[in-house]
Design a binder for this molecule. Structure first.
Ligand code: ADP
Ligand code: MG
Length: 168
């Protein structure tokens, strides 16, 4: 399941669906691998490729929290962004995710980064993920599996800039 291929931009003529995975509590690698497996268990999501795992320092949140393992995966799914987010939350819960302090330690964090060219700006769902561009722990694994030119084009679009800074 874990592959390291550069994506060909002409592959499907669409940006693709990309999610970020992060963990800094428990057996981080096992959790991330289990989450990738969980995504596929209903048969309506396929993990096309996944970046290598990257170990990173925590950004924000309470001081002294453990280091993260991060990865980015490309998915193939007909689920809507909202259905996909609901599934991601369900998987976070299954792995013991508890929501407490903003940017606090977590067994599993799944973020929806890109959903083809869709732009969503709602209270509980913003796509492209508004903080992804300045987060090396997202961009480094994303650039590993997503065409750089395609990403640059996405980034240039005015709507991808965060309207106002949000915590997290
Ligand atoms: P963070 O990932 O920013 O550290 P959380 O995982 O606790 O924080 O998510 C907080 C909220 O962010 C979630 O309840 C979710 O509804 C909302 N959210 C908005 N846009 C997205 C997105 N693109 N991906 C994931 N969650 C999002
Ligand atoms: Mg999250």
């Amino acid at each position: 399941m874990v592959e390291k291929h550069k994506r060909k931009s002409a592959e499907r003529g669409r940006t693709g669906v990309y999610i970020g995975l992060g963990s800094n509590l428990g057996d981080r690698e096992t959790t991330i691998r289990a989450a990738l497996h969980d995504l596929e268990r209903h048969g309506d999501i396929r993990v096309i490729r996944c970046s290598t795992l990257l170990e990173t320092d925590p950004v924000g949140g309470p001081p002294g929290q453990p280091r993260y393992l991060n990865a980015v995966a490309e998915l193939d799914t007909e689920l809507s962004p909202r259905e996909l987010l609901a599934r991601m939350h369900e998987i976070e819960r299954r792995h013991g995710r508890k929501r407490g302090v903003a940017n606090g330690p977590r067994t599993l964090d799944l973020d929806l980064l890109l959903y083809h060219e869709r732009v969503i700006d709602e209270r509980d769902l913003t796509v492209p993920h508004p903080r992804m561009w300045e987060r090396p722990f997202v961009m480094q694994p994303l650039e590993e599996i997503c065409d750089a030119r395609l990403l640059a084009e996405h980034r240039k679009m005015p709507h991808t800039e965060p309207v106002c800074p949000r915590p997290g």
